[in-house]
Design a protein around this ligand. Sequence first.
Ligand code: PLP
Length: 279
Amino acid sequence: MLELAYINDSFIPLEKASVPINDRGYLFADGIYEVIITCNSILFGLDEHLNRLQRSADAISLELPASLDEISKIIETGIKKAGFSESMVYIQITRGVAPRRHNYSTGIQATLVMTFRARPEYAPELFNQGVAIITVPEIRWSRCDIKSTALLPNVMMKQKATDKGCQEALFVTADKIVHECTTANIFIVKNDILYTPPADRQILNGITRSFILEQAERHNIGCVEKECYYDELCQADEVFITSSTIDLMPVVKIDDFIINTGQPGPISLRVRNFFPTRT
Ligand SMILES: Cc1ncc(COP(=O)(O)O)c(C=O)c1O
């Protein structure tokens, strides 16, 4: 097993991989990314992740340096070469290497980088007992639907949560409208119905979020995509957060508020069972 990178059309050990200083991803965060994990050796939501990659690319007028089919084949090869029992694939595509200038010319070749690592493990008690999160002012830009590498506000706020011993930081506007966490979407459960903020430009439309909405409908659990307010969050029966790497993690404390009994609730546990069992 070897942590592997794919760069400039070849695979090399991750620690030997580097990109030029003039890469616009490095200089301007002028790039997009995806993270895909395997579950029982199958890439979870591959098509959805690749389609979002294409959407993010289109949204910043970035021409992908390879077709989605080609990218998919590189992913399969990288996973086999790296040899982990379960993998986490990171894909980053930047506008490419050019002398530093904010505007760009159309001629430059986009940089495609991938890394292949073991899927991260989380302590079982995070799922069994639930986690604490904090709320933070919404300081991010107004196109959070693009899975862009411009993640400084997310980095700052995730660190703030970590410093406070919390798992996540939840972006909330001055009007107390709840958006999403720095690396995850949020769901509220009230009277057995799931509520989550709409997939507009204020949040990243999580592949996991969409999977849960689809599964909930299939299992006759009511779901509503609507603007959610901080007060509703604090008075929720249950709250949980979702992303590709965590699936679903129950939230039992937000700032100083204990959610309901302070234990993961039955709907969160039920919805978590919709995911393929992790081995
Ligand atoms: C800001 C943000 N929101 C939501 C998500 C969840 O997206 P997905 O379920 O596609 O992993 C992520 C994942 O990285 C994220 O960074």
